[in-house]
Write a protein that binds this ligand. Sequence first.
Ligand SMILES: Nc1ncnc2c1ncn2[C@@H]1O[C@H](COP(=O)(O)OP(=O)(O)OP(=O)(O)O)[C@@H](O)[C@H]1O
Ligand SMILES: [Mg+2]
Length: 144
Amino acid sequence: MKETILISQSFHIEEGDFEKAGTATEKIREILKSLGIKPDIVRRVSVAVFEAEMNICMYAHSPGNVLFNLTDLKIEVQVTDCGVGIPDLEKAMQKGWSTATDEMRELGFGAGLGLPNMKENSNTFRIESEPDKGTRVIMTFDYL
Ligand SMILES: Nc1ncnc2c1ncn2[C@@H]1O[C@H](COP(=O)(O)OP(=O)(O)OP(=O)(O)O)[C@@H](O)[C@H]1O
Ligand SMILES: [Mg+2]
């Protein structure tokens, strides 16, 4: 059966701006709530997108983008940056692994749980990264 995109929206993520981080998450949350998507799904999508947004803000050294697609079958979110990339994805996916600075840790980040959290909260999770090219996280969520 052919999959149909019902809503497609793109949101900008600013580089290094902790104050503004979370705006894409907030907008996606509003869309999902207004569509009457189950609260548990809204929560899972929000957690996963927020973690991805924070990572770009803190580590990418480039702006980024969130592409949100709602289809008749699933929610798909692609979070992309053209930044420094992740040299060792296997390490980055491990719980507790982090390159956060002391300053980030003082703000409560750097537990090394963001990527594992994205994986746990999504139904499918894929990450692609290339040093000096950037990083893309693609997650889907079943909502039906
Ligand atoms: N978009 C990105 N660009 C470059 N490096 C990244 C990116 N996302 C993650 N990383 C690297 O992967 C590591 C692990 O990310 P993860 O989100 O799991 O943990 P964290 O951000 O360090 O801590 P937490 O998410 O618990 O606050 C980061 O410390 C960083 O080195
Ligand atoms: Mg993180």
